[in-house]
Design a protein around this ligand. Structure first.
Ligand code: CMC
Length: 430
């Protein structure tokens, strides 16, 4: 059988271009349009890159119609049920689940890189007391480039691996520092005898003068689940940003900082914070759920229901299904804000039954529930996206590593359809 291909015909000139089609392990094929410009003299036009594969990747697979998410082939439901966040990090980075010895070594390596250079604290002194923690995270992770730039040869696989370890290990420490600066409390050093999630909660909520902060088991479990569900999500906006920044050979800490900036937006990782703002605004204004839904459907109003809809998932978001149950369990145990939770559940049920949302295949996404869980855990709103960034760091750096091993990688540089003024002459006074 001939290799799959598609032929594009230019009806004006009659010229044809045959484009090879690549199929991966799962999912739809992709026509290789690289020869199109030479053969027909056209680029492709694809705002939002919704129809464009920018690379070959073996890390994560999503089937949006089936609501399937696989990390290195393993279904997210199985990883959420049986794995730990650090084991998922190993899987994403190296492609296979670790043996007991590999896991112990990896755990040890990550644990031994959790401290940050004392000089990093000086950066925090420059941030306003009320700076958004995402602004501080973006700046501080970028600043790590100034500590490690000379020791990173991005063409050296060992240097790249150490960078990945440093990032995964230091993220919780930096994330907690952002919160401590915001509160005006002393920074807590990491403690290497406790687990990754517990250590983060300790650094966030502990204070040196009090007895050791001991997070509830349920809190640690909920955070671990949130981190596993957010660890990677193939070529989303922030991951693509990290790849694009990295494609120029830029310092990896600077690339991750670019990813953090992209994640911050409410259409992406900022949605979990935006969900709670939306629920608070509904409660404060006394608006009904029905009128809120009506606003979201009104095309003359820019308001959208935060936590609903997804570019890829068109039936359900499997992460949302997993986290929804945790949300119920946690709120029952922690005596959380049940009134707000009831409101969220009313919104969820009404949206699921509304034709506008059904026709457009808009369902609750992971961030609809993660915001509720984080709030129940007592985590302040402005730290929600920071926790997403901390969890996604492993995904970003796994893609950065994969890109640097890809023989087809080139600097990213999209084309454009120019619509500005036609060439004209500068009006020189005569
Ligand atoms: N509320 C009301 N209408 C919506 C919503 C919403 N949340 N999302 C999409 N629509 C409508 C949109 O107006 C459009 O309608 P029409 O066809 O009549 O013009 C249609 O649905 C398709 O929307 P789109 O903007 O073309 O879809 P997209 O794939 O470009 O955007 C999205 C995806 C996630 C940015 C969008 O659904 C959205 O803004 N949702 C709210 C923000 C949110 O929850 N983001 C978190 C995503 S999950 C976390 C992550 O992985 O980053």
């Amino acid at each position: 059988m001939a290799d799959p291909s598609v032929t594009i015909v230019d009806k004006q000139t009659g010229r044809e271009a045959e484009l090879p089609v690549y199929t991966g392990t799962h999912g739809k094929g992709a026509a290789d349009v690289r020869g199109l410009e030479n053969k027909l003299g056209y680029f492709t036009y694809d705002p939002g890159y919704a129809s464009t594969a920018s690379c070959r990747s073996a890390i994560t697979f999503i089937d949006g119609d089936k609501g399937e998410l696989l990390y290195r082939g393993y279904p997210i439901e199985q990883l959420a049920g049986h794995s730990s966040y650090l084991e998922v990090c190993y899987l994403l980075l190296y492609g296979e689940l670790p043996s007991a010895k590999e896991m112990a070594d990896f755990d040890d390596t990550i644990t031994n890189h959790t401290m940050v250079n004392e000089g990093i604290k000086d950066f925090f002194a420059g941030f306003r007391y009320d700076a958004h923690p995402m602004a501080m995270l973006c700046g501080t992770v970028g600043a790590l480039a100034s500590f490690y730039h000379d020791s990173i040869d991005i063409n050296n696989p060992e240097h790249r691996e150490i960078t990945a370890h440093r990032l995964i290990a230091k993220m919780p420490t930096i994330a907690a520092y952002c919160y401590k600066h915001y509160l005006g409390q002393p920074f807590m050093y990491p403690k290497n005898t406790v687990g990754y999630a517990e250590n983060f909660l300790r650094m966030m909520f502990g204070v040196p003068s009090n007895k050791e902060f001991q997070p509830r088991e349920t809190m640690v479990k909920a955070l671990e689940l949130i981190m596993i569900l957010h660890a990677d999500h193939e070529q989303n906006a922030s991951t693509s940003t990290v790849r694009l920044a990295g494609s120029s050979g830029a310092n990896p800490f600077a690339c991750i900082s670019a990813g953090i900036a992209t994640l911050w937006g409410p259409a992406h990782g900022g949605a979990n914070e935006a969900v709670i703002h939306m629920l608070d605004a509904i409660a404060d204004s006394g608006a009904s759920i029905d009128s809120t839904i009506a606003r979201a459907k009104d095309k003359s109003d820019s308001f959208r229901l935060m936590g609903f809809g997804h570019r890829v998932y068109k039936n359900f978001d499997p992460r949302a299904t997993l986290i929804r149950q945790m949300c119920h369990d946690l709120l029952a145990e922690m005596d959380g804000d049940t009134a707000k939770f009831q409101m969220a559940m009313e919104l969820e049920q009404k949206v699921l039954a509304d034709d506008y949302f059904v026709e457009r295949r808009l369902y609750p996404n992971v961030d609809f529930y993660s915001g509720l869980i984080l709030r129940a855990m007592g985590i302040p709103l402005n730290m929600f996206t920071v926790i997403f960034a901390m969890s996604r760091t492993v995904g970003w750096i796994s893609h950065w590593l994969e890109m640097h091993q890809d023989p087809e990688y080139r600097i990213g540089r999209p084309q454009q359809v120019y619509t500005g003024a036609a060439r004209r002459d500068y009006p020189v006074a005569k």
